[in-house]
Design a protein around this ligand. Structure first.
Ligand SMILES: [Zn+2]
Length: 175
């Protein structure tokens, strides 16, 4: 059993305005992708409702049943959460978080530090090192956002293994 080192934020990269639920994401992963597990523990809908897909033990250890397929290299020591959105009307990566999604994501991040694992570090999918290389997901630079909301600095993962920070900072913000 590994320790819970990271909480990783993703976007669904679904069509602009698509109002997916947790059940939609679960169907996509299990029935379309034919994955044996879903990619994320929880889905933050556009209205801010958090749909939980996988229960967790709420401590600093990741048991097998808590593992989801969010980002290959780190799945065994991470939890993954996703907000619905991440693409603009033109299909290009954009920060489409609604006000409600901002609030729900902040709630989740603070909940992890305060109630689940005080040593956890929060990062974006685009900060995950490894063979899959660059990606825009979650279409915003997570360390900047965490600094904006006054998140504890020791819980912010600041690495930029693919050198993407500035590119991601330049993405459009539309919701
Ligand atoms: Zn992702």
């Amino acid at each position: 059993m590994k320790t819970l080192d990271y909480l990783v934020i993703h976007c669904t990269a679904s069509a602009f305005g698509a109002d997916l639920t947790g059940a939609d994401v679960e169907r996509l992963h299990r029935n379309v992708f034919r994955w044996s597990r879903v990619g994320y523990r929880a889905v933050v809908r556009r209205n801010g409702i958090i749909d939980r897909l996988v229960p967790a033990n709420l401590n600093c250890f990741v048991e097998d049943q808590e593992i989801t397929w969010g980002a290959g290299p780190i799945n065994a020591y991470a939890h993954h959460v996703v907000y619905v959105g991440g693409l603009g009307k033109d299909g290009a990566p954009a920060d489409t978080r609604t006000y409600a999604q901002h609030a729900a994501l902040e709630y989740i991040c603070r909940f992890y530090v305060e109630k689940v694992c005080p040593s956890v570090k929060v990062m974006g999918h685009n900060q995950v090192p490894g063979p899959f290389g660059k990606k825009a997901c979650p279409s915003f630079w997570v360390p900047d956002w965490l600094d904006e909301i006054g998140f504890p600095s020791e819980n912010v993962e600041r690495s930029d293994p693919h050198g993407q920070a500035n590119e991601i900072r330049g993405l459009k913000k539309i919701s």
